[in-house]
Design a protein around this ligand. Structure first.
Ligand SMILES: [Mg+2]
Length: 387
């Protein structure tokens, strides 16, 4: 079996363009991959156009290890966000083909199920006014959709530090959400790498009474020693620290592991070279008793990849999911994933990823001109179209 064709397409939404690849083989199998290349769609499409003929056309889709290794080494330049994203697009599509060729769901080819359901959490649900009342009402709707865990960033456009009055307002937002969901729902606090260590730690202390289940990206991702400084000071408060969605290679994770600078790692399968790379990273994390909660801002294909990894990975914690709070057509672009129910997804089905691309839906919702800027006022509305 050889790969005969690679076709990219882009599904546009209000704040993210989802890049999808359709990979076809000479015997008629089709696999799909997808990513959300935030604000860098042309970069991904450009590298894909160079890499596809070089690395995957004419190759056997079963050889995912060789595909990933060659894409990492043979261009010589260091791998980063764009290259690891394109590698993941193709790698995930290969797993879809492998599963279809063997008539099995992907997770059964990666060790088999280690759980019978997958805990999920909602994101992208707070797009109204940034007020305690609106966040309170929106959080209740998350529970109505079947979630028992939700994540949000209450910090507005904060960067490095915030004024005292702004800090108090942030605390009022978290208080409103805890009040809405009751004591037993998991609240995950997203910091988006906004703060210097001392500000992140101060927030951790002030938010501790609301029992957050983690603090995410307390500091920007480039300086792991600063991450370590924040995590060490937050640990006595009993709040786990999560990070890693903006680390793209094993080598970038090495220092995080060696310094034991977090409790939960959040690689994004679609920016980390794919499913097998992320599975290997999870095994490495396990040696440090760290859990993995893969970052997933993608559509249905990225979500399927994440659910298959979750099904077969012992130190998996919880899966991020946006698409219950996105345009309805996003899920329709590749239906087949389980829906959240009482806090959990059922195991994904197969063969392959278990989702089927609907090219008509993609064609009807083309790429948009968006700039999603997490440091702009009102970014949380996720209304990012530009002229
Ligand atoms: Mg994040």
């Amino acid at each position: 079996m050889k790969i005969s064709k690679v076709t990219p397409m882009v599904l546009g939404t209000e704040w993210r363009n989802l890049t999808i690849v359709k990979v076809e083989t000479d015997d008629g199998l089709v696999g799909v991959g997808e990513c959300r290349a935030l604000n860098r769609t042309d970069g991904v499409l450009g590298y894909l156009s160079e890499a596809a003929p070089r690395y995957i056309l004419g190759e056997d889709p079963f050889n995912v290890e060789a595909l990933v290794a060659r894409m990492f080494r043979e261009d010589f330049g260091r791998a980063g966000e764009i290259t690891q994203t394109v590698t993941a697009l193709l790698e995930v599509a290969c797993w879809d083909i492998i599963g279809k060729a063997l008539g099995q769901p992907v997770y059964k080819l990666l060790g088999g199920a280690v759980r019978h359901q997958i805990k999920g959490y909602a994101n992208g649900w707070y797009t109204g006014e940034r007020t305690p009342d609106e966040f309170h009402a929106a959080a209740k709707k998350v529970l109505d959709k079947g979630y028992r865990a939700l994540k949000f960033d209450p910090f507005g456009a904060g960067f490095y530090e915030m004024e005292r009055a702004e800090k108090n307002y942030v605390i009022s937002l978290v208080e409103a959400v805890r009040d809405a969901v009751g004591p037993d729902v998991e609240i995950l606090i997203e910091m988006h790498g906004r703060f210097n260590p001392v500000t992140a730690v101060e927030f951790a202390r002030e938010l501790a009474p609301f029992k957050p289940s983690w603090l995410e990206e307390p500091v920007p991702p480039e300086n792991i020693a600063a991450q370590k400084k924040a995590a060490d000071a937050i640990a006595p408060l009993g709040i786990p620290v999560a990070t890693g969605e903006r680390l793209h290679t094993m080598y970038e994770y090495r220092e995080l592991f060696e310094l034991q600078a977090c409790d939960i790692i959040q690689p994004d399968i679609t920016h980390f070279g794919g499913i097998l790379n992320t599975k290997k990273l999870a095994a490495w994390a396990e040696a440090y008793y760290m859990l993995i909660a893969p970052h997933n801002v993608g559509g249905p294909i990225s979500t399927a990849a994440a659910l298959h990894l979750a099904a077969c990975t012992p130190n998996f914690k919880i899966q991020e999911h946006f698409n219950d709070f996105a345009e309805a057509y996003v899920k329709k672009a590749a239906p087949g994933n389980p829906e959240i129910e009482d806090g959990y997804f059922a195991l994904p089905s197969g063969p392959g990823l278990g989702v089927t691309l609907d090219e008509d839906v993609v064609a009807a919702n083309p790429r948009r001109r968006v700039h999603f800027n997490l440091f702009a006022e009102d970014w949380h509305r996720r209304s990012a179209e530009v002229d």
